[in-house]
Every structure is written in structure tokens, then in C-alpha cells.
Ligand binder design. Structure first.
Ligand code: NAP
Length: 332
């Protein structure tokens, strides 16, 4: 049986995948997006977006609908399938994208399966899970919605420190809760955090050795139940929001063994052209190493991968070429 060979299969219909599809479809490439749910990814459940250029304020579902319609207008197709289980290079140079239902074939693939925020799994987290109700996983996205409110931030890694510092620009007070008495975050970030805590009249307080047992409220968050793990003391901390920064899990388990990833499962690539360790397979968005984890950068990644595709089609040997200019911070 002759298979229908796509020019490009895009795995995952979030902003990175839709950004890629807009460019490949407008480039008249036969483009198929495979998506196991409905397009949109993480922003589908985001109620207010203020940091996407051109939109003062839009909800994620509406933005996704516009993006989807736009790519379909240019001929991209979206196929709802069971989850992709593997991506394999064929002897003829094409690539198999294997789902639970079917094996699809393409000349090139853009992987954009996204990532998921790690959850705390405490009572109230699910109930209040959107910035409007008070639980958020993204300070950069949602801090302005908590202007002059007391917020609790949870975590001790790089993201927690960076995002907590960002929150201090908006919230009246930020109470940072970390389960240990030492931060995992980079020293330079921890120093910045300590400088902030030690400012006169600082609006940042850190509670070490503390975990959140529950998030409570009535319609929206009103308090967080915190426990000191050393003394076992429990307190109700009044707050208008809880920001959870306890890690991100890339949706890349189906690629284990076939592509190079870092120890956390983020796909390795060259940041300039987004090539992975498998020729013909690009990566875009939150699932790659070094991603900025923003809607706009995910879309931009998709565009970069879509544009780099042409260099690969023109000359497959380009895949292993090294462009010294990309490697130098100064470009020389
Ligand atoms: P991370 O480094 O895995 O840190 C997660 C933090 O959450 C840790 O402090 C961890 O505590 C805590 N945590 C995990 N599960 C928890 C739970 N159930 N309850 C309470 N606390 C919990 O995640 P990340 O900060 O999102 O960073 C992800 C990756 O991106 C890392 O490799 C990071 O270096 C990188 N990144 C880099 C930058 C940068 O270079 N500027 C910025 C952001 C992210 P423990 O420490 O006790 O385990």
C-alpha cells in the first residue's frame, strides 16, 4: 500500500505546533498536525492572556480558536489521534509517526508536545485552578492579576525564585514557601532573592521547611494551610492567590530512547535552528531544553522550526552542519 506522505507532521497542536503550521501551510507544504485532545495545549485553560502582542486581553480558548482557523485557512489539517507512541527514522529517509491507531509518514517532523506543570496534589488546587480563582502556575503570565494582593508562592528551584521576584513587583506581599531550608536554585538567583528579602520594608517573606497542606476559599482563594515540617505547626495564611512553581514535566516520555534528552526529559536541540538528534525531526516549544515557557516564545519556536525545514529539504546534509555564527554570543 502506498502511504500518503506528508511534507511535515507536527506532533502537538499547542501554540508551538500552530505557529509552525501557519508557516509550513503558507509555504504550501502538506502539513498535518496530530493532536490527541483538541488543539490549544496549556493555554486552552488560561482565562486571561495579556502578554501576547496584539491582544490587550483574550482568553486562551478564543486565541486558540483564531489560531486554528488561521492555519486551516491556509490548508493545514488537524487530525485527532490516539497518543503518538514513537517517532522513527525510516531507511528511505522519511519519518514514521506511530500512534495507537495508525502509522503516519512525513518527510520531516516538528515535535511540539509541550509540557505540564507539576502539581502539588493538595485539596483546593484543582478547584481554584485558574488565575481568576487564584491558583496559578505562571507568575510571568498572571502576576498583574494579583496587584496589591497577598500571595503565596511555592517551590525552591530557579523558576520559583525568578517568578517570586517577579510577583514582588505586583503583589502587596509575597510569602514564599519552600519545603527545605536550602534552595535548589542557582546561587546568583538565591543571592538576588536574599537581597530582596533584606530590603527595608520588603514585601517578600520566606517560610522554610514549610509545605502547603491545602488551598482554601469560597469561590476564590482566601487562604493556604501551611505546615512547618520540623515543628509540625499548622497555620492558615490569608492570601488572594497561590502560585505553584514545583517543576515542569515535558510530555516527551514517548520519545525516550529515540532522541537525546536531558535528565529531566527536555529534548536536546541547537537553539538556533531547533534540530534534534534525529535528522529531519525538529522540536519547538516548552518540551525543549532552554525553552522560555511562554506563549509567544512557543509560537516563535514553531516558526523557527518551520523556516529551518526548508534548509533541510534543500540539503539533508545541512542537518549536521555547524554554523559558527550561532555558537558565538557576539555572532563573530
Ligand atoms: P526544579 O528545578 O525541578 O525545582 C522544583 C522545586 O520545587 C524544587 O525546589 C523542589 O523542592 C520543589 N518541589 C518539587 N515538588 C514539590 C512538592 N510536591 N512540594 C513542594 N515543593 C516541591 O524546577 P524548575 O524550577 O521549574 O526548573 C526546571 C528546569 O528549568 C531546571 O533545570 C532549572 O534549572 C531550569 N530553569 C532555569 C532557569 C534559569 O537558568 N534562569 C530558570 C527557570 C528554570 P526540592 O528542592 O526540595 O526538591
Amino acid at each position: 500500500m502506498t502511504r500518503d506522505i506528508q511534507d511535515v507532521i507536527i506532533v502537538g497542536g499547542g501554540p508551538a505546533g500552530l505557529g509552525a503550521a501557519l508557516y509550513t501551510a503558507r509555504d504550501k507544504l502538506k502539513t498535518l498536525i496530530v493532536e490527541k485532545y483538541i488543539p490549544g495545549g496549556q493555554i486552552l485553560t488560561t482565562d486571561r492572556i495579556e502578554n501576547y502582542p496584539g491582544f490587550d486581553n483574550i482568553d486562551g480558548a478564543s486565541l486558540v480558536m483564531k489560531m486554528q482557523k488561521q492555519v486551516e485557512t491556509f490548508g493545514a489539517r488537524i487530525k485527532q489521534t490516539s497518543a503518538v507512541t514513537a517517532v522513527e527514522k525510516r531507511e528511505d529517509g522519511n519519518i514514521d509517526v506511530i500512534t495507537g491507531d495508525d502509522t503516519l509518514v512525513a518527510r520531516a517532523v516538528i515535535l511540539s508536545p509541550g509540557s505540564s506543570y507539576r502539581h502539588l496534589d493538595v485539596p483546593g488546587e484543582e478547584e481554584f485552578r485558574n488565575a481568576g480563582a487564584g491558583v496559578s502556575y505562571c507568575g510571568t503570565c498572571d502576576a498583574p492579576f494579583f496587584r496589591d494582593k497577598v500571595v503565596v508562592s511555592i517551590g525552591g528551584g530557579n523558576t520559583a525564585v525568578e517568578e517570586t521576584l517577579h510577583l514582588t513587583k505586583y503583589a502587596s506581599k509575597v510569602i514564599m514557601v519552600h519545603r527545605r531550608d536550602e534552595f535548589r536554585a542557582a546561587k546568583i538567583l538565591v543571592e538576588e532573592l536574599m537581597d530582596k528579602v533584606n530590603e527595608p520594608n520588603s514585601n517578600l517573606e520566606i517560610k522554610y521547611d514549610t509545605v502547603a497542606l491545602a488551598i482554601e476559599g469560597d469561590g476564590r482563594v482566601q487562604s493556604a494551610k501551611l505546615q512547618n515540617v520540623k515543628t509540625q505547626a499548622v497555620e492558615d495564611q490569608a492570601c488572594g492567590g497561590v502560585f505553584i512553581f514545583v517543576g515542569t514535566v515535558p510530555n516527551t516520555h514517548f520519545l525516550e530512547g529515540s532522541l537525546e534528552m536531558n535528565e529531566s526529559g527536555f529534548i536536546k536541540c541547537d537553539a538556533a535552528r531547533l534540530r534534534t538528534s534525529m535528522p529531519g525531526v525538529f522540536v519547538a516549544g516548552d518540551c525543549r531544553v532552554g525553552a522560555d515557557m511562554q506563549l509567544v516564545t512557543a509560537v516563535a519556536d514553531g516558526v523557527t522550526a518551520a523556516m529551518a525545514l526548508n534548509e533541510y529539504y534543500r540539503d539533508p546534509a545541512w542537518w549536521n552542519s555547524v554554523n559558527e555564527e550561532y555558537l558565538q554570543p557576539s555572532g563573530v
